[in-house]
Structure formats: structure tokens, C-alpha cells
Design a protein around this ligand. Sequence first.
Ligand code: HEC
Ligand code: HEC
Ligand code: HEC
Ligand code: HEC
Ligand code: HEC
Ligand code: HEC
Length: 364
Amino acid sequence: MKRIFSLLMLSALAIFAVLVVLPGCEGPAGDPGANGTAGIDGTDGTDGVDANSFCIECHTLANKNTIKAQFTMSSHGSPGFALGYAGARGNCAKCHSHQGYLETVMTGRDTIGNPIGIPTAFECGTCHDFHSTLAEDEFPDYALRNNETVSLMYNDHATTVNLPGSGNVCGYCHQPRPQDGFPLIPDGTDSIAVTSSHWGTHYGTQSIIMEGVEGFEVAGSMAYENSGHTETLDCAACHMNKEGGEDVGGHTFNMVSPAEVENIAACTSCHSSLTSFDFNGVQTEIEGLIHHLDELLMEHKLIDDTGHAIPYTADNGLGRKFTSNEAGAVFNLLLMHYEGSHGVHNYKYTKAILVNTIEMVEAW
Ligand code: HEC
Ligand code: HEC
Ligand code: HEC
Ligand code: HEC
Ligand code: HEC
Ligand code: HEC
């Protein structure tokens, strides 16, 4: 007890010395300077720019809440059965679950190492990670994770697409899947063993159509050219356009609202006379061509009445392997069916593929 007391006492003395005694040791004050009158106060400077005010163009709570609500409405945020069906599987997870996507972006492969135990839906951090800059003159920077040139699975990675803006983010997943017999060569001599009704392009064919590449380009009366959209528009310019209200565009990624209203605000800045996506009757025309090609391929026992390839070994099938032109015609039909815009994405390329394929099949 005594010892503690004397320790406390010692510390108190030390503090006293520091606070009271030491300042007393200051030397004498110096002489004032000559002519020591104070100068006139300067005028106040203009207010500086608020350093990071532009950050709140995006980072407000209201904006975040809108985006979250929209994302829940999208099939990215609320996927259907495809998450459970494909999200865990070796050659599907790349595009169907958050984990599968992150793994393949990291490894650069198309397949995952192990099946995923509990695949989860896409989230904000699927497409976003960090800003690559905070310098205002380099904005907008959307902190996107994987906006790199897309190496196509379709052709065993022999070819790429490089879409404008943030398009490559979408193109990584919205690209056709490879199949037996790919790549198909017009007038090629290989026979293609179509043994599954799922032979073809899979759903997400939009990236190659936007860029106007990788269709089965047979010679015909039309040249393979691109519409005015290819160079100038990224997927987000239309699918994430914010002018149509909060239940379409933005992070719903949809062109049509739940009440079936088309978001034509995404178009009218360039096409002032446009009143529906069927601009100049383009969608009606392309749907007609798809239907015509479908019927021709049904006559040739290549496609069934549900729009699937008929395996050559099936009772109603060809009984021999497909020629490359037969397989290519089926490929083109499925490509244009699953691209989903009926000519809006790239009218000229879409029409050339369909017209030239129809000419080829009509000559068989
Ligand atoms: C053009 C829109 C936009 C602007 C402007 C913007 N950001 Fe972001 N920021 C985003 C997006 C998109 C994300 C990723 C999604 C999310 O986290 O909301 C993000 C994420 C972030 C994150 C989180 C990253 C992490 O570690 O998870 C920080 C921190 C951030 N921004 C800081 C800033 C700062 C500081 C500024 C201004 C200097 C700024 N942002 C301006 C769009 C923007
Ligand atoms: C390269 C990316 C990619 C791969 C790999 C992939 N898919 Fe998909 N899949 C997509 C995209 C993108 C869509 C949606 C496209 C659309 O609607 O236009 C889709 C759609 C689907 C749908 C339809 C979803 C619905 O609700 O209608 C099913 C089912 C599906 N995929 C199953 C599979 C299976 C099974 C595999 C593996 C054998 C697979 N996918 C591999 C990209 C991929
Ligand atoms: C499928 C990919 C994808 C997912 C998932 C995604 N985003 Fe984005 N986000 C984008 C793209 C692409 C852009 C750039 C849009 C553009 O170019 O106009 C963007 C832009 C943004 C912006 C800036 C533009 C704006 O609307 O204010 C914010 C903030 C943002 N995202 C937040 C989020 C949040 C929060 C989530 C999750 C709820 C999310 N994102 C999920 C792709 C995605
Ligand atoms: C990580 C892979 C992935 C990325 C990145 C991605 N998507 Fe998707 N997208 C899908 C899958 C898978 C589906 C189908 C989901 C389902 O139905 O289960 C889909 C569905 C869609 C749909 C709805 C299709 C329909 O039939 O209703 C649209 C539109 C769409 N995506 C546009 C985009 C756009 C635009 C971007 C880029 C900003 C993008 N996607 C980025 C995988 C992706
Ligand atoms: C010029 C504007 C525009 C651009 C650019 C664009 N799209 Fe589309 N997209 C549309 C329209 C319009 C539709 C048809 C919507 C409808 O009729 O339901 C569509 C349809 C789709 C569909 C099918 C949706 C469904 O409900 O079946 C998907 C998926 C899609 N686009 C993805 C993409 C991707 C990925 C990109 C970029 C590679 C892209 N789009 C670029 C306008 C555009
Ligand atoms: C940034 C400007 C821009 C936007 C936005 C835009 N387009 Fe276009 N679009 C063009 C240009 C340029 C052409 C090529 C015109 C030509 O070749 O004469 C074109 C051509 C077309 C064509 C082919 C028409 C024809 O008769 O040749 C269709 C269809 C079309 N656009 C529909 C749409 C739709 C639907 C949207 C909105 C979902 C849209 N566009 C948004 C610039 C745009």
C-alpha cells in the first residue's frame, strides 16, 4: 500500500514539474521588430470547388435504392430455374452463377474446377468492383469488373469481339456456346454429327450480332454489312437507358416494362419519328424471314416443329450426318431466333444472314 502511495506521489510530482516548473525556465522575450504596424487584411478568396461533389451524381442513397429495386426486377437479380439448373455445373456456371462467373474471370477458363455447392444469383459485385480512377476528368468510371475484349468460346477462342462502352461486360455471358462441329465453314467438306436436340447456339447470341461477326456467312445476293448501331451504341445505351421510368431500363436491363410499354426513349434521341421498336417495319420483316427459314428447314428434316434441331439418328431425322451447309443453316436460324431483337440490334447483318441462307436452302 505504502509503495503504491509513494509511486503515485512520484508521478504527481513529475507532472507538476512538467506543467508548472518547466515553463518557468523560458528565456527573456525578444525585442519587437522595427516599425511593427500590422498590414491591411487581404480580401477573402472565392470558395473552392467542393472536392468530390461529383461523387454524388451516383452515390446517393436514393439512387442506390432505385438501383436495388430495379435489380430485383431483372432476371439477373432474380433468375429463374436456370440458377439451380446451370449455376453449379462445370460448363454452365461461367454465365449462370456469381461464383462461377468470378472463378472463370480469374482463371480465364470456360469451366470451373469443382461443381459449386451453393450457387448464388448475380449481385452488384458480379459486374462491379473498384473504380480504376477517382479523377473527375476520367469519369464516368462505373467501377466495372470485366470490361475486357471477349474471347469467344464458340470458335474455341480463335476469335474475339470488342464492343463499345461497357458492352464487353455483357458480351462475356451473352455469347453463343460451342457445339460439336464448330467452327462451321461454308461449303466445308466435314459432316457434322448432330446428335442432340440442343445442338446450336444457346440463348445469348447478342454480342456477335451487335458486332456483326461469326454468323455462317454463305455467299448470296446481300453483302454482310453492319447497321449504324454497331460502332456507336453499347448494350447499356438501350438496355440501361433511364428515361423510360423506374420499371424499365436502368438495372432492370429490360427494354419493355412489366406493363408491356416499350422504352422508346432509348431510340428517339436518334430516330425522332420512331413510335415503336418495329421501326420502318423492320421487326415484322425479320420475323417473317425467320419464319420462312424455319419452314424450309422443317421440310428438309433439319428442324422440328418446336424449333429444335432433329438429331440425324432420330426416326424423323435425315438418316445421315449434316453437311456443313445444312448445319450452318440451322445455326443461323437459331442465332437469329435467340438474338431476341428481331433486327433492332443489327438490321443489315441480320437481314443478310437470313436472306442469303434462305437463297441457299431454296436451291437445294
Ligand atoms: C458514374 C457514377 C459514379 C461516380 C460519379 C462515382 N462512383 Fe463510386 N461507384 C460507382 C459504382 C457503379 C460503384 C460499384 C457499385 C456500388 O458499390 O454501388 C462504385 C463504388 C464505389 C466505392 C466502393 C468500392 C468498394 O470498395 O466496394 C467507393 C469507395 C466509391 N465508389 C467511391 C467514389 C468516390 C470517392 C467518388 C468521387 C470521387 C465516386 N465513387 C464517384 C459509381 C460511381
Ligand atoms: C457463355 C455463357 C453461357 C453459358 C456457358 C451457358 N449459358 Fe445458359 N444462358 C446464357 C444467357 C446469356 C442466357 C439468357 C439469354 C437470353 O435470354 O437471351 C441463358 C439462358 C439459359 C436458360 C434459359 C433461362 C430461362 O429462364 O429461360 C437455360 C435453361 C440455360 N441458359 C441453361 C444453361 C445450361 C444447362 C448450360 C450448360 C450446359 C448453360 N446454360 C451454359 C449464357 C450461358
Ligand atoms: C450485369 C451487370 C451489372 C450488375 C449485376 C450491376 N450493375 Fe451497376 N452497372 C452496370 C453497368 C454496365 C453500368 C454502366 C451503365 C452505363 O454504361 O450507362 C452500371 C452502372 C451503375 C451505376 C452508375 C449509374 C447509375 O445508374 O447511377 C451504379 C451506381 C451502379 N451500377 C450500382 C449497382 C448496384 C448497387 C448493383 C447491385 C444492386 C449493380 N450496380 C449491379 C452493370 C451491372
Ligand atoms: C455473368 C453473366 C451475365 C452478364 C455479365 C450479363 N448477363 Fe444478361 N443474362 C445472363 C443470364 C444467365 C440471363 C438469364 C437469366 C435467367 O433467366 O435465369 C440474362 C438475362 C438477360 C436479359 C433478359 C433476357 C430475357 O429473356 O428476359 C437481358 C435483357 C440481359 N440479360 C441483358 C444484359 C446486359 C445489357 C448486360 C450488360 C450490361 C448483361 N445482360 C450482362 C447473364 C449475364
Ligand atoms: C439499339 C438498342 C439496343 C442495343 C444497342 C442492344 N439492344 Fe438488346 N434489345 C433491344 C431491343 C429493342 C430488343 C427487343 C426487346 C423486345 O422486343 O422485347 C432487344 C432484345 C434483347 C434481348 C432479349 C430480351 C428478351 O426479353 O427476350 C437480350 C438478352 C438483349 N437484347 C441483350 C443485349 C446485349 C447483350 C446487347 C449488347 C451486346 C444489346 N442487347 C444491345 C435493343 C438494343
Ligand atoms: C445513337 C443513335 C441511335 C440510337 C440511340 C438508336 N439508333 Fe437505330 N440507327 C441509328 C443509325 C445511325 C442507323 C443507321 C441508319 C441508316 O443506315 O440509314 C440506325 C438504324 C436502325 C434501324 C434500321 C432501320 C433501317 O430502315 O435501316 C432500326 C430498325 C433501328 N435503328 C432501330 C432502333 C431502335 C428500336 C432503337 C432504340 C431501342 C434505336 N434504333 C436507337 C442510330 C441510332
